[in-house]
Design a protein around this ligand. Structure first.
Ligand code: FAD
Length: 438
């Protein structure tokens, strides 16, 4: 099945998961109708909860689900649709309280029904979840701590929402309807169990050993890894995996990294090139040879494969890693189509893989255009940043015939995507991998 057909199938399944439980509420024995705003508010609450529950499916890293879009698009959707669901859930009590102000009087009687307590817990967890997700960097919350809290708050929010529904009992008088919603919630939470317990068990049984630790230009270290006691996996050039170096796959410490090696090798060995950018990446050059590591992959849709007259690879900084895998693979399979690499780096000495790229020119139709933001004295090449003008100077027309791959800092990617639009390149012709989807 093509990616387009698969994406339609998954979208239909997604919508069914949201709408079927809602429509199920309208079948069987129904309570007497209440005013429009009360019913509307209840519908918002139910819809918000159904969408929230499905977030566990979106982030469960099911390869067959995420493949047609790529992980970054799925995470982007997860963020946007969560905000929408939280808005629905928050508007639900606001409408209820304005239509039925007497509900606010409960605490004075000291008789808060347990359904209301769980509603409060659910909404409070959702708000905490949104604030910590949107302001993680500003609040300086370490990634691992944030991730654990994020999952815990999500479980509390969804379970609280369900208990509120059951406690209130409206629309759920029929046991089968109650069972349906309870089963749905158990399914959502089982997805977390799958991701955090079952999947790590599989990864634990398929470890890798570090065979070589190679220093590269640009404060980057390459880990060469071999499968230990199994045959490894096959990946497409441009895909990535989740790497755990210290600790077991059960810990929330896996980091995403593109594979930088050729995908055309048959011995299962895989390389990842990591730039020193923070707590985890800083320690990578200290990994001893022989260290046991875990790799969960491959993931992502940022891969070559479509028919194209030439591949245009646009990389900024460490965004070179998936491009390197593409170039090495094309060289290994003897693909003679033209490849133009536009590669933005800070200065001449920090160009990761500089020497190897020079050598690879002899093995495939590769043109490398270095763009330096701090060029040395006497530099006659491109300087500054990669822009639409730089593309126009180095690419043959018609621009819309080539296949484009973009990976680098977010500002660079935004500018290039805008530039390609101005050059008349349709969106279907360019592919992006964003390194900041979480
Ligand atoms: C699909 C993809 C492919 C990538 N490929 C490469 C690559 O080939 N080479 C490379 O050097 N970098 C790559 N990165 C970026 C790399 O994952 C981050 O630089 C690294 O995780 C930062 O970790 P840190 O603890 O050193 O930095 P920190 O300063 O602690 O974190 C910096 C930011 O990185 C993100 N981050 C930190 N920990 C995690 C985690 N466990 N999971 C997810 N994100 C996290 C967070 O947004 C955090 O704010 C890739 C990222 C993605 C999403």
């Amino acid at each position: 099945m093509t990616y387009a057909a698969r994406s339609i199938v998954w979208m239909v399944i997604y919508l069914l998961f949201i709408f079927l439980p809602l429509f199920a509420l309208l079948t069987g024995s129904l309570p007497p109708a209440r005013g429009f705003w009360t019913e509307f508010s209840a519908a918002l609450g139910y819809s918000g909860l159904a969408i929230m529950g499905l977030q566990f499916g979106l982030t469960a890293r099911f390869r067959f689900v995420t493949e047609p879009w790529g992980e970054d698009v799925i995470y982007h959707f997860h963020r946007r649709i969560s905000l929408f669901a939280v808005a629905l859930v928050v508007v639900h009590p606001l409408i209820m309280f304005s239509v039925h102000p007497e509900l606010l009087a409960f605490p004075q009687y000291g008789e808060v029904p347990w359904g209301a307590v769980f509603a409060f817990l659910s909404v409070f967890s959702l708000l905490a979840l949104v604030v910590t997700a949107l302001s993680r960097a500003k609040l300086r919350i370490p990634y691992e701590l944030w991730h654990i809290t994020h999952v815990a708050l999500a479980i509390i929010a969804v379970t609280g929402g369900l208990l509120h529904m059951v406690g209130w009992g409206f629309y759920l008088a029929d046991p089968w309807k109650r069972s349906l919603w309870i089963a749905l919630t158990i399914f959502w939470i089982a997805l977390v169990f799958y991701v955090r317990v079952v999947k790590p068990l599989f990864i634990l049984r398929r470890p890798y050993r570090v065979q070589e630790v190679r220093r590269e230009r640009g404060d980057t270290t390459t880990l060469v890894m071999r499968p230990d006691g199994h045959t490894g996996f096959r990946f497409k050039p441009g895909q990535f995996g989740w790497l755990t170096v210290w600790g077991s796959p059960f810990k929330i410490t896996a980091h995403p990294f593109s594979f930088s090696s050729s995908a055309a090798t048959s011995d299962g060995h895989v390389e990842i090139s990591i730039r020193n950018l923070g707590d985890f990446t800083r320690e990578i050059n200290k990994v001893p040879v022989g260290q046991r590591v875990y790799l969960d992959g491959p993931y992502g849709a940022f891969t070559i494969g479509n028919p194209a007259d030439m591949h245009v690879l646009i990389a900024g900084g460490v965004g070179i890693t998936p491009m390197m895998s593409m170039i090495r693979t094309l060289a290994d399979v003897g693909d003679k189509r033209a490849v133009v690499l536009l590669y933005g780096s800070q200065d001449w000495d920090s160009i990761t893989f500089r020497e190897e790229l020079e050598k690879l020119k002899a093995r495939l139709g590769l043109t490398v255009v270095h763009v330096l933001s701090e060029p040395p004295v006497g530099w006659t090449g491109e300087r500054g940043f990669i822009t639409a003008e730089v593309l126009m100077r180095h690419l043959p027309k018609p621009y819309a015939d080539h296949e484009y791959f973009i990976c680098g800092p977010a500002v660079m990617m935004d500018a290039i995507e805008r530039g390609l639009g101005e050059l008349g390149v349709p969106m279907s012709k360019y592919h992006s991998e964003r390194y900041s989807f979480v």
